[in-house]
Ligand binder design. Structure first.
Ligand SMILES: Cc1cc2nc3c(=O)[nH]c(=O)nc-3n(C[C@H](O)[C@H](O)[C@H](O)COP(=O)(O)OP(=O)(O)OC[C@H]3O[C@@H](n4cnc5c(N)ncnc54)[C@H](O)[C@@H]3O)c2cc1C
Length: 442
């Protein structure tokens, strides 16, 4: 479909075809909801960016029928490890977590987006590319969105709901008059995907805490290794020799044998920590980086965006098909914004721990981690948190929780025994937040 072929009306206009927008489009297509998805770029973004899919996201991706192919494409990572050069401090293994996907799937964001777009095509949808949103006007009962293609051809689409999946500099957020409060800690990270001669057999994502600074290494398919390192301000994107030096000075003895042949991707990344004041403004929603952004530590960002999509998709379906009252859509903000705030607190603590500069404090941190690793259940608790399986919605939207719980009882009698999460589309696992008191694990 081109800009000229766009319909004049749609139920849901999705702006942005990154992982969040693609996941939302695939979910809506699966649920039979009419939608349009546009992206200003002519093709899917190059560059690997996020490099891991968490078990919680894989469970959702299984529901939309795309997990198998992703698992085939990726590597099954064992979890996270923290080391001080060659000394193991703590390991958060995913092997025994309670999920059908007990691993961190190591795969580039680009490949994830390719597979999501393919799945969307199979479900009958497609991304209208080289088309950007330029204005949004309220037009009862939705919005009139003006979009422009690369030749300057403009068109208006009337959408009942508009979802901004358009990333950190979101136009939808700006046009809705929403701020993006937060901060940008003075921390710069160098990031590269390095081709190495002998693929590493260690499939853990490893935080190396050395006197020279923090280094994260993680294998990727195709004989690549992802390298992320805290670097001084104004450092340019790393070269092969920079990566070799970072590995030599910050990683353990294993890195001495690593021969880096080339870099397939190299950039620097400045962390921002921001959450929009609301994820719903009338008929407009924010999803993914448009709604929240934070440190990439722990591989949570892209995953959180896809889980936003999971949470919103079935609610849009219910509101549009009359299966639930429209105010079910309020629970999207009520449930997902606290998750975003929690994520900022968690990832910023991780980064503070990983980047302690004072040698005495660093020694204390290392001893604390070693001690924590010996306390029963601590590593399992951390693995569950990192895998995002701990996310739940225990505090239903205030007010009519009891009434809504009754409605859930009426609407979902068959599925009640399986209630556990509000991210699931209709089927086993569906629940309105008001059903939290009825929660039980599948
Ligand atoms: C260098 C780098 C490394 C990263 N590493 C990690 C990592 O290791 N782990 C992690 O979890 N996260 C990482 N991230 C963050 C991760 O990439 C994001 O969280 C993720 O891409 C967010 O997905 P999204 O779909 O919300 O937005 P995006 O991926 O940003 O997609 C937004 C889309 O909207 C489109 N768009 C924007 N404006 C308009 C408009 N007006 N009209 C139409 N289309 C528009 C854009 O073209 C884009 O395709 C990294 C990011 C960068 C830049």
């Amino acid at each position: 479909m081109t800009t000229q072929q766009l319909p004049t009306h749609t139920d849901v206009l999705i702006v942005g075809a990154g992982p969040a927008g693609l996941a939302l489009a695939a979910s809506l297509a699966q649920l039979g909801i009419e939608h349009v998805i546009i992206d200003q770029k002519p093709t899917a973004a190059a560059g690997s960016k996020a490099a891991g899919i968490q078990p919680r996201s894989l469970e959702y991706l299984a529901r939309i029928g795309v997990s198998d192919v992703l698992v085939d494409d990726g590597l099954r990572g064992g979890g996270f490890a923290v080391v001080d050069r060659d000394r193991s401090l703590i390991r958060m293994s995913y092997e025994s977590i309670a999920s059908p996907f007990p691993f961190l799937l190591l795969i580039s964001q680009q490949q994830t987006e390719i597979r999501l777009a393919e799945r969307l095509n199979t479900l009958g949808g497609n991304v209208v590319r080289s088309t950007r949103l330029v204005s949004l006007q309220e037009e009862f009962p939705g919005s009139a969105a003006t979009v422009v293609d690369e030749d300057g051809f403009a068109r208006v689409i009337n959408a009942r709901y508009v979802v901004g999946c358009d990333g950190i500099h979101s136009t939808v957020r700006r046009l809705s008059g929403l701020d993006f409060p937060g901060d940008a800690p003075a921390a710069l990270f160098a990031l590269a995907d390095a081709e190495i001669e002998t693929p590493t057999r260690n499939l853990d994502t490893t935080f190396s805490l050395s006197d020279h600074g923090m280094l994260i290494t993680s294998p990727l398919p195709g004989g690549l290794i992802r390298v992320v390192a805290g670097v001084p301000d104004d450092t340019p994107a790393p070269s092969v020799s920079d990566i070799v030096e970072l590995l030599r000075t910050r990683a353990g003895a294993w890195a001495k044998d690593v021969h880096v042949t080339s870099l397939t991707d190299s950039s620097t990344y400045r962390v921002q920590q921001r959450v929009a004041p609301t994820l719903r403004n009338g008929n407009v929603f924010l999803v993914g980086d448009a709604a929240h952004t934070h440190s990439p530590a722990g591989g949570q960002g892209m995953n959180t965006g896809m889980q936003d999509a999971a949470n919103l998709a079935w609610k849009l379906h219910h509101a549009l098909t009359g299966r639930a009252a429209e105010h079910i859509l309020d629970s999207y903000d009520a449930e997902r914004r606290p998750v975003a705030h929690g994520l900022i607190a968690f990832t910023s603590q991780l980064m503070q721990l990983a980047t302690v500069g004072d040698p005495h404090l660093a020694a204390l941190r290392n001893e604390t981690l070693l001690g924590a690793a010996r306390v029963p259940d601590v590593t399992d608790w951390l693995a569950t948190k990192l895998s995002q399986l701990d996310i739940g919605y225990p505090n239903p939207t205030a007010g009519d929780a009891g009434a809504d719980a009754v409605q859930v009882l009426l609407v979902y009698p068959v599925w009640l025994p399986h209630i556990w999460s509000s991210d699931a589309p209709p089927g086993p696992g569906v629940v309105h937040p008001a059903a939290a008191p009825l929660r039980c694990v599948q």
